[in-house]
Design a protein around this ligand. Structure first.
Ligand code: SF4
Length: 416
């Protein structure tokens, strides 16, 4: 296991975007020296194959085949790539590997929610959560190990930031979920120049949506998140429409337009308060990028429209942000900035030592009604996976508290 230098922890209210640090060109580090292709785009795979001695034409062709098997079919073994010449396959295995995040623990909630504790090659833990519903299945994906932003209602925010996840570790979460759900396209096992890619993309999957709402602030790991989501959205990659992907930010204003332009996914904003005083407390990033600036950036978000509204997340905290006045002010603000908006009301999910309580069910209903009466959709989100600490704001690698032996025993019992 390679050592990773811990990152310096930026100040509480002025976090700095964290670079790719020691990770060379987004490659997930491996102790055995082989290069993990997971997370690499086609042109990078082409270059690596050329470095491995293939001539330019061969490298391009083989890269196209490997890319397809890797991202579209979920294959992890070069021997299974049946349209690649047999003598070539061991050569690939010698130099490359197609990895997956290591599963330390897999938990099932009584409501069907599933949470996986994952570990990077260099030994850092992070989590992903799958939330099945009647009409959709949503995977909540992490972008960082820990988080710098210290949102006060969020358990993840009490962890220190260790490092950004690489593109491979981000897209690897989606691929692992597809492995677990048995959702790789089936079909004939060879590809040809003329193949119709659409044949594999619409097949009633369980995993239909992705939200970048797990651990971390995705806009502080912009390049890696963008590169991973491009693989997810590519028709010859995981082929999930950008309309089914939502990126949630606490309000990193300078990166929001870039996110719309370069990724183009739906936007969710962790709003949680309608005045400076309260938002400064709950989401300390507000002291750097205030409400007005944030709402202006939302109004300018590329691609937002009534058909693709921006989601405003609002956690319901008793006697903090849940009054009638707050609800009226929320409607006023969203209208003042002419935002194509919907509001998600999230009953607060307490965790040990949390400084808040959840609003009463009556208060949450009343708040929701006021916003609905103002002409803005404001459903109350049903908490999911509370019994396994998988609900919103609860992600924190609880395994930190367990002994290694406990985890190893549980991992042996856990099956994907
Ligand atoms: S809510 Fe998101 S941005 Fe805020 S501390 Fe938690 S993980 Fe970080």
């Amino acid at each position: 296991m390679a050592d990773t230098q811990l990152m310096p922890i930026p100040g509480m209210i002025d976090p700095v975007p964290v670079t790719r640090d020691s990770l060379v060109d987004g490659v997930t580090p491996r102790a055995d020296g082989r290069i993990d292709l997971l997370g690499l785009p086609r042109d990078r795979i082409t270059a690596l194959l050329a470095e491995a001695g293939l001539d330019a034409r061969q490298a391009k062709l083989r890269a196209r085949q490997v890319y397809h098997w890797l991202y579209h079919r979920g294959v992890t073994d070069f021997e299974a790539m049946t349209d690649i010449a047999k003598p070539m396959r061991p050569r690939l295995t010698e130099r490359f590997v197609i990895g997956r995040p290591q599963v330390v623990e897999a938990q099932h909630s009584s409501d069907g929610t599933r949470k996986w504790l994952l570990r990077t090659e260099d030994g850092h833990d992070y989590e992903m959560v799958f939330i099945p519903d009647a009409d959709r299945g949503t995977l909540c994906v992490s972008s960082q190990v820990g988080c710098t932003l210290n949102c006060r209602f969020c358990h993840t925010g009490t962890m220190r930031l260790v490092r950004n996840l690489t593109p491979g570790e981000i897209v690897g979460q989606v691929m692992l979920a597809r492995d677990a759900l048995g959702e790789w396209p089936r079909g004939r096992m060879d590809i040809s120049e003329e193949e119709d890619e659409a044949a594999y993309t619409a097949d009633g999957r369980l995993l239909t949506n992705i939200v970048m709402m797990g651990m971390g602030e995705p806009l502080y790991n912009f390049d890696n998140v963008r590169d991973a989501l491009r693989l997810v959205m590519d028709g010859d990659g995981l082929a999930l429409s950008k309309r089914r992907i939502t990126l949630s930010t606490s309000g990193v204003v300078p990166m929001m337009a870039k996110c719309g332009e370069e990724i183009g996914v739906n936007l969710a904003v962790s709003l949680h308060a309608v005045n400076k005083q309260v938002r400064d407390e709950i989401v300390p990033l507000n002291r750097k990028y205030g409400l007005e600036e944030l709402l202006e950036a939302c109004a300018a978000y590329p691609g937002a429209s009534n058909a693709r509204r921006i989601t405003f997340e609002y956690v319901m905290l008793k006697d903090v942000n849940d009054s009638d006045e707050d609800a009226h002010e929320l409607v006023r603000l969203l209208k003042a900035y002419r935002l194509p908006a919907k509001v998600n009301l999230i009953p607060f999910n307490p965790w040990p030592g949390a400084p808040y309580e959840c609003s009463t069910p009556e208060r949450v209903r009343r708040f929701s009604n006021i916003v609905f009466e103002g002409g803005i959709s404001a459903p109350v989100r049903t908490p999911r996976g509370r019994d396994i600490d998988a609900a919103c704001g609860q992600l924190r690698t609880a395994a930190e508290k367990k002994s290694r032996a406990d985890r190893d025993r549980e991992a042996a019992d856990a099956s994907l």
